[in-house]
Design a protein around this ligand. Structure first.
Ligand code: GAR
Length: 208
C-alpha cells in the first residue's frame, strides 16, 4: 500500500474527490495517509479531520528563506513516509530540494489544458479569467508530474471542457472542477499507486 500525502491551501474539493474515490475503493494500492496544509484555516483541514486523516500545517511565512522552508517541507514529507505527494490546490512555491527528492513521485492538478494558461502567475480563478479573455472555446484540466519548471513536468492525464458564451470565471472554475479535475486526479493517483505510469524522455506512458 502506497502512502499518499496531499498538499492543500484552500477549500480542498480535489482532496475531497480523492477521499471519496478512496472510500469507494477506486484508488488501487494507495491510502491517503496525511494532508499537509500551507494555511491553518484551510477548509481542507476540516475535510481531513472528518475522515480521521492525519494532518499537518506548514506555513511559508514561518521560514526566513525558501531554502529553510524547502528543508522543512522535505523533512516533513519524509517523516510522513510519503510514496506519492499530490499538490491539490497547493499555492506555495516549492524549492528545488523537495522537487528533486520526489522526482516522478509528485503530481499536480492544474485547471487548464497545459501548455495553455499555465506557468508563473496562473493559479485558481486567474487561469479561467485568462481563458475567457482569450476567447478559447475549450479548456480543461491537466494532471502532471512536478519538475523544476512551473507546470512544465510530464503530463499524465488531461480532460477537455467546453466553454459557453455565458460562462464567468466562477462558473467555468466549477465546470472544470466537476467535469475534469475531480475525475482525472483520482484516476492519475490510482494509476500511479498501481505502478502503471512510466516516464520516458519527458513523456509519460500509461499501461492500462
Ligand atoms: C483547483 O481548481 C486547482 O486546479 C487549482 O486550485 C483549485 C483548488 O481548489 N490549482 C491551481 O491553480 C494550481 N496552479 P480545491 O482547494 O477546492 O481543490
Amino acid at each position: 500500500m502506497k502512502n499518499i500525502v496531499v498538499l492543500v491551501s484552500g477549500g480542498g474539493t480535489n482532496l475531497q474527490a480523492l477521499i471519496d474515490a478512496s472510500e469507494r475503493g477506486e484508488i488501487e494500492n494507495g491510502r491517503i495517509s496525511c494532508v499537509v496544509s500551507s494555511n491553518p484555516n484551510a477548509y481542507a483541514i476540516e475535510r481531513a479531520k472528518k475522515h480521521n486523516i492525519d494532518y499537518a500545517v506548514i506555513r511559508r511565512k514561518d521560514y526566513k528563506s525558501l531554502d529553510s522552508y524547502d528543508e522543512a517541507l522535505t523533512a516533513l514529507l519524509l517523516e510522513k513516509k510519503a510514496d506519492l505527494v499530490v499538490l491539490a490546490g497547493f499555492m506555495t512555491i516549492l524549492g528545488d530540494k523537495v522537487i528533486k527528492q520526489f522526482e516522478n513521485r509528485m503530481i499536480n492538478i492544474h485547471p487548464s489544458l497545459i501548455p495553455s494558461f499555465c506557468g508563473a502567475g496562473f493559479y485558481g480563478l486567474k487561469v479561467h479569467e485568462a481563458a475567457l479573455a482569450r476567447g478559447v472555446k475549450v479548456t480543461g484540466a491537466t494532471v502532471h508530474f512536478v519538475n523544476e519548471i512551473c507546470d512544465g513536468g510530464p503530463i499524465i492525464l488531461q480532460k477537455a471542457v467546453e466553454i459557453s458564451d455565458d460562462d464567468t470565471a466562477e462558473t467555468l472554475q466549477r465546470k472544470v472542477m466537476e467535469q475534469a479535475e475531480w475525475k482525472i486526479l483520482p484516476k492519475a493517483v490510482s494509476l500511479f499507486c498501481s505502478e502503471k505510469i512510466s516516464v520516458q524522455g519527458g513523456r509519460t506512458i500509461i499501461k492500462d
